[in-house]
Design a protein around this ligand. Structure first.
Ligand code: UDP
Length: 244
């Protein structure tokens, strides 16, 4: 979230946002399970103009060996943005932001993955952001859950994610890049819909207690919608055309 851009109309007098959406509307979401033949599991997501590919490997031997845990498996996540994924070329070296996002996605996935079933092994999740437009950590977390399920890794639930936020003193669902830059708050939320548990909650910006509660409510509702699309992606791959 950046400073306010006075020239940008984030919400017009009819309650319509800068990209034509209503306040409680997500961008178009398309999720595909599978696609990478050399990965154990994979997924591709388009979340508005975000385009993200995820490959999952494992459970497999841990290298270096000292990182392994005799009591449980470990999850490793690498979130990486391609230099061409944003308007201004990104340095290909891992940035502090990418290291932070890798960590928060790992911590958001850990409660969902039954790592205790695979002691001494690692499950590796590689996230490649091909095109970014605000909300990549949520889109990546959503796709990573589908890729883990596609890899056949036992899970308690999938994590669905979307950001809530505030623009023009109004709570909105699914913050895009312009809203992130010029808006007042951005709250990425990761949620396990079947278990009813939040596994990711960050906040950039300032909210009143009422706005905070409203953002969580709106965000959780958005996650439930995203969850349906995650399940559909898996059904499409394994049962064909969403049938079951
Ligand atoms: N972004 C960018 N260059 C960068 C990093 C980010 O243009 O080096 C853009 C990108 O569109 C990203 C957005 O800024 O989606 C918001 O980034 P943030 O750190 O808030 O994470 P995100 O919302 O993607 O999870």
């Amino acid at each position: 979230m950046g400073g306010r851009d006075a020239t940008m109309v984030l919400l017009d007098e009819n309650g319509i946002r800068c990209d034509g959406r209503k306040v409680d509307e997500t961008r178009r979401v398309m999720i595909r399970a599978g696609g990478l033949k050399n990965a154990d599991g994979s997924a591709y997501i388009e979340f508005g103009d975000n385009k993200i590919l995820v490959g999952v490997f494992g459970p497999r031997d841990v290298h270096p060996k000292h990182m392994s845990n005799t009591d449980t498996g470990i999850l490793r996540v690498r979130y990486h943005m391609e230099p061409f994924s944003v308007g201004e070329r990104k340095n290909p070296a891992p940035s502090r932001r990418e290291i932070e996002i890798s960590k928060v996605i790992k911590e958001a996935l850990e409660p969902a993955v039954m790592l205790e079933k695979f002691p001494r092994t690692a499950v590796d999740v590689f996230i490649e952001v091909l095109q970014a437009d605000g909300g990549t950590r949520c889109a990546a977390l959503t796709a990573a859950s589908v890729a883990l399920a596609d890899a056949g890794i036992p899970m308690r639930d999938m994590v669905a994610a979307v950001a809530a936020g505030k623009v023009a003193d109004t709570v909105i669902l699914d913050v895009n890049n312009e809203e992130d830059q010029a808006g007042q708050a951005d709250m990425p939320i990761g949620y396990m819909p079947s278990l009813g548990k939040i596994t990711l909650l960050q906040l950039d910006g300032v909210l009143t207690p009422e706005e905070y509660k409203k953002c969580v409510d709106v965000g959780v509702k958005g996650c439930k919608d995203v969850y349906e699309l995650q399940k559909k992606a898996l059904k499409d791959k394994y049962f064909g055309n969403g049938g079951d």
